[in-house]
Structure formats: structure tokens, C-alpha cells
Design a binder for this molecule. Structure first.
Ligand code: ADP
Ligand code: MG
Length: 199
């Protein structure tokens, strides 16, 4: 598939904390208001298999990065990862966090959608803000709706609750979308704003 930045697609998943807190509508409204088009949407229980594919252990660099983020956060607060989790190895810590994440995605139904629009991947990530809600700027979804940190999350041996998943890059989107949606469930239509915003 050829990539056109003017018509990009990204996978967005409203995670269990968004659904359980009843803020799904508010979050979806933000995406609609900025001009992103919903081209697919469904509520589903995430199976372990889907969660494992969505967060593949083979993405070693990503797994390690999660461990690194936790180590950095622990250092800031003088916590020993070795004492708490039995290891300081970033890959081992990352794998442990990935397990928490997979469990977390199964705690309630989630709402998955495909959003389409110019620079959709970058735009949605900007709207989400930093992975750690504590560091996400006010005005971003994570910054406005949460305050979670690795400190709080890892103390309770759980994943960070940051409301929304969105593909990090176009490549990630191309990998993720087919995991969640059959091609026949992705729609095509024109929104009235497109004329005003794009022509
Ligand atoms: P993002 O969701 O911003 O792309 P990542 O891909 O790095 O972030 O991580 C995936 C998800 O794993 C995050 O959204 C968050 O819920 C959880 N997570 C990431 N890092 C940690 C961590 N250090 N401790 C606990 N949970 C984490
Ligand atoms: Mg990510």
C-alpha cells in the first residue's frame, strides 16, 4: 500500500480506564473536532492473543525502552528496581511491564477505531501527549484527564493508565490496523469540513 500523508490512517484504542471512567465520548469528540474522520469503530473484549500481537515481545527495542522509562522514574524517586522487581535489566523490566499491559487491556471492553486524515498518526500522538500522563502537557488528552506515572503504576505492579493507545508511526499503524479490523469494516466517505480545510 502506497502511503499518502494527506490520507493517513491510524489505530486508536480507548483503553479500559477511558471506558470505565465514562470519558470515551469526550475523547472521541476531540478527534472529531480536529477534523479526523472515524472510518471504523467497534467495542470489543481484547483477547490475550490480540493483546500479545498488538504489543509484540519481538519489538525488543520498544520493550527495553519501557524498562528504561521505569528505571529513570525510579532513580528520580530513589527507588531500587532490584529490590522491588528483582532485576535492573531494562529488557527484563520491559517484559514485566508488557505483561502488566496485556493484563490491563483485558480488564474491560475497549473501543477501537481507525481515524483518517492528513498526518493522522502524528496529529493523534500530539493530541495524546506524553506516555506518562504526569508529563503530558495540559490541553492534551492524557494531560487533561490523568496524572498517572511510572512511580504510581509500578508501585502497584500495573501498567500506566493513560486512556488511549494510538499508533506511534505510519509503519506501526499499517501493522496494527489489520490486527483489529477486517478491511471490509473500514469505510470511505467525505466529511463536509474537508472542502473547507483541505482545498
Ligand atoms: P505509548 O502508548 O505512548 O506509545 P509505549 O508504546 O511506550 O507508549 O507503551 C505502551 C503502553 O505501555 C503505554 O501506553 C502505557 O500504558 C504502558 N507503559 C509504558 N511504559 C510503562 C512503564 N514504564 N510502566 C508501566 N506501564 C508502561
Ligand atoms: Mg507505543
Amino acid at each position: 500500500m502506497k502511503h499518502d500523508p494527506a490520507k493517513e490512517q491510524t489505530l486508536v484504542v480507548l483503553k479500559p480506564d477511558a471506558v470505565l471512567r465514562g470519558v470515551s465520548g469526550e475523547i472521541i469528540t476531540r478527534f472529531e473536532k480536529v477534523g479526523l474522520k472515524i472510518v471504523a469503530m467497534r467495542m470489543l473484549d481484547v483477547t490475550k492473543e490480540l493483546a500479545e500481537k498488538h504489543y509484540p515481545v519481538s519489538r525488543e527495542e520498544w520493550v527495553r525502552m519501557m524498562g528504561e522509562k521505569t528505571l529513570e522514574n525510579y532513580e528520580k524517586y530513589g527507588i531500587s528496581a532490584k529490590e522491588r522487581h528483582g532485576t535492573e535489566d531494562t529488557l527484563e523490566l520491559g517484559k514485566m511491564i508488557r505483561e502488566w499491559l496485556i493484563e490491563y487491556m483485558q480488564e474491560s471492553p475497549v473501543i477501537a477505531m481507525v481515524l483518517e486524515g492528513p498526518h493522522a498518526c502524528e496529529l493523534v500522538r500530539k493530541m495524546l501527549g506524553h506516555t506518562l500522563p504526569l508529563l503530558a502537557a495540559p490541553g492534551t488528552i492524557r494531560g487533561d484527564y490523568a496524572y498517572d506515572s511510572s512511580y504510581l503504576a509500578n508501585k502497584s505492579a500495573r501498567a500506566i493508565k493513560n486512556l488511549v493507545h494510538a499508533s506511534g508511526t505510519v509503519e506501526e499503524a499499517m501493522y496494527e490496523i489489520p490486527l483489529w479490523f477486517d478491511k471490509s469494516h473500514i469505510f470511505s466517505y467525505t466529511r463536509v469540513e474537508e472542502k473547507v480545510m483541505q482545498e
